[in-house]
Design a protein around this ligand. Structure first.
Ligand code: SME
Length: 164
């Protein structure tokens, strides 16, 4: 059985920190195909590793809308229509949305009033279907930058690859 103990990732060099985290995630998910198990462990690992995040988790496509999946943080909105909010926007556009100030994003859905910035990565399977999104919120404005986007997109790819 693979065990996981909290490792202090060093994000002073962000790309290096994400490389460490990517390696840890690959190890954590290795040999397991279950969607819920791997989503839960991905959310827990990332939430534990990153500073200044108050929500990390998944929404999965179900019946044409996003439905909340495994996450860490405060209870969240359950259903988000495609095209609504940051999550619905990233899902319908099929591209990562990095929002430096959620108050300036028209239609932002405030699940936790503490959230000030957000990044949402669409999860697109090899066959082109949209599985859902990976969503991270922070209480700090502009918490996420291009290096976070790249690092988190790599983590999302590792999560997706674990399912096949
Ligand atoms: N803020 C998101 C909703 C999900 S919560 O942040 C967990 C949005 O606007 O889509």
């Amino acid at each position: 059985m693979t065990t996981y103990t909290s490792v202090p990732y060093d994000f002073r060099d962000k790309p290096a920190g994400y490389a460490q985290l990517a390696q840890a995630l690959s190890g954590l998910l290795a040999g397991e195909l279950d969607l819920i198990a791997n989503a839960a462990n991905t959310a827990a690992l990332v939430y534990d590793a990153l500073d200044e995040v108050n929500w990390v988790g998944f929404y999965f496509m179900q019946g044409g809308e996003l439905v909340v999946g495994p996450f860490q943080g405060k209870p969240a909105c359950v259903r988000i229509p495609l095209g609504k909010g940051v999550c619905g926007g990233a899902a319908s556009r099929r591209e990562t949305l990095l929002v430096r100030d959620v108050n300036e994003f028209p239609g932002h859905i405030a699940c936790d009033a503490a959230s000030r910035s957000e990044v949402v990565i669409p999860l697109i399977r090899n066959d082109g279907t949209l599985l859902g999104v990976l969503d991270l919120d922070s209480p700090r404005p502009a918490r996420f930058d291009e290096q976070d986007r790249k690092g988190l997109e790599t983590l999302a790819r590792i999560f997706l690859a674990s399912l096949d």
